[in-house]
Design a protein around this ligand. Structure first.
Ligand code: ATP
Ligand code: MG
Length: 447
């Protein structure tokens, strides 16, 4: 087939070299999977995968002069490190029987690229490319790339039942590439969503993170909310939830989805938006005017985020950041208290808090949004100003330290810390200047 959209200039020379080295002794070798898809879409591939007819031990012997990593050899993958770039070379294979809807019991090596392409999940991921021979596209992947469709290789239902993770992978590609999901795959996804209960949580977390950072995330979250509810059940409680408030045009889930899409494409910020209001139903009250209130929903949402992210085995750094941001997403940042929040959260986290507050504000009713946005922009300017002027907002900025207090005769112990914190609070409030003598006088009042 004529190689449309791929020119040899776009191909990583170290990958072509590996293909050539395998071809010389007579083995077939092709670029496959994500790199071919990305090349055809005019994107720069993140990594380069090669599929070959050579058995793993044959690959090892062809590349005996290279640095080789053999960890994946059981599944047919040998990683060749070529001038510092790791490239995975995997023997053509078909999967053995799927016994539990997640992993094949074994893999069977084959000598034919077409069989290897047939075991891949979606047609757009089942295209091979050879620098001289061009594309091998037995399942119409190029057409699906052109029509922007995620389409299963073969029968959608069978393929999802082999490996339930494909449900989330389909949604991930639709979100990141802004593709539509073919109708039979779409209905199969809804029908088979329970399969995700058997999938390893780490695999779910990886796909979920990529999906959340896609450009088309709002459409996917809305159309497939039932899928996300399988592993974050609190989502089902906010779908269609009427907030009974003039500040909210939308139900709680639609608002949540809008905030996810409005946040920068950073996993922590997008996860924060996903969880930020999940505690609302549990905290819902109505006043005499039937207006809805959600006192304490920030803590409740942070608790949900903590539980679900731990279940999904996200790393501690992500969990701590998301929970802290969810916990404080509704605090009022004022001209007076900004410096205290800077002290409490530190600059990086406070900047993240601005980002999520902006995303949240953009997704409220228009009138309310404009006011909130302009307030936030004022606060950001104020923050820049504080940092530029090197205003004191932490103990390390204070012109007095523990040694000064010891020298002034205050005994060593916890008291020193309390005094310093009291002085810092006074400086941040503007009650004391950040000057050593003034601070000492305040620390040790004259008898
Ligand atoms: P990315 O650009 O995010 O790496 P990718 O398509 O390369 O996307 P990988 O997870 O790296 O995704 O997988 C490489 C290839 O292996 C895929 O393109 C696909 O052909 C195949 N593949 C991966 N996971 C599955 C799966 N669960 N079922 C079937 N085929 C899969
Ligand atoms: Mg890949």
């Amino acid at each position: 087939m004529k190689p449309s959209g791929i020119s040899s200039n776009n191909i990583e020379p170290r990958a072509s070299e590996i293909i050539t080295k395998l071809n010389i002794p007579g083995f077939d070798a092709y670029l496959v999977g994500g790199c071919v898809r990305d090349l055809l879409l005019g994107k720069t591939p993140k990594d380069w995968d090669v599929a070959t007819s050579a058995l793993p031990e044959e690959v090892v012997s062809v590349f005996s002069d290279n640095h080789i990593i053999e960890t994946g050899i059981k599944h047919g993958t040998v990683t060749i490190v070529s001038n510092g770039l790791p490239i995975e070379v995997t023997t053509f294979r078909v999967d053995g029987n799927y016994e539990d809807g997640r992993r094949p019991a074994n893999v069977i090596f084959v000598r034919n690229i077409r069989e290897d392409l047939a075991r891949r999940d979606f047609t757009i991921n089942a295209i091979a490319y050879h620098p001289d021979k061009g594309l091998i596209d037995p399942f119409g992947g190029v057409t699906d790339l052109n029509t922007k469709t995620v389409h299963a290789v073969g029968d959608a239902n069978t393929r999802l039942n082999e490996d339930g993770l494909r449900i989330l992978r389909a949604l991930r590609f639709a979100s990141t590439l802004s593709f539509e999901i073919d109708s039979s795959l779409a209905s199969s996804i809804h029908h088979n969503k329970k399969l995700l209960q058997n999938i390893s949580v780490e695999r779910i977390a990886t796909e979920m993170t990529k999906l959340l950072c896609g450009d088309n995330v709002s459409k996917i979250l809305i159309e497939y909310s039932d899928i996300f509810s399988v592993f974050i059940p609190e989502i089902s409680d906010i779908i269609g939830f009427d907030q009974r408030s003039p500040y909210h045009l939308f139900d709680a889930w639609t608002h949540t989805v809008l905030t996810v899409a409005a946040a920068p494409t950073d996993p922590i910020l997008r996860l924060t938006m996903l969880f930020h209001d999940l505690g609302k139903p549990a905290c819902f009250t109505q006043d005499d005017d039937e207006m809805g209130h959600f006192y304490g929903h920030e803590d409740k949402s942070a608790e949900i985020a903590n539980r679900r992210l731990r279940e999904l085995r996200f790393d501690n750094e992500t969990i701590d950041a998301v929970c802290e941001l969810v916990r404080w997403h509704d605090v009022g940042l004022t001209e007076k208290n900004l410096i205290k929040w800077l002290n409490r959260l530190g600059e990086p986290r406070l900047r993240q808090l601005f980002e999520i507050k902006l995303a949240d504000a953009k997704s409220h009713s228009a009138e309310n949004a404009t006011e909130k946005l302009s307030e936030l922009w004022d606060r950001e300017m104020q923050l820049n100003d504080i940092l530029e002027k090197e205003v004191c907002f932490s103990l390390k900025d204070l012109s007095l330290n523990g040694d000064d207090l010891l020298a002034a005769g205050i005994p060593e112990g916890a008291e020193i810390g309390f005094i310093l914190q009291r002085l810092l609070d006074a400086v941040m409030d503007g009650r004391l200047p950040n000057e050593k003598q003034a601070l000492l006088r305040a620390a040790i009042p004259a008898e």
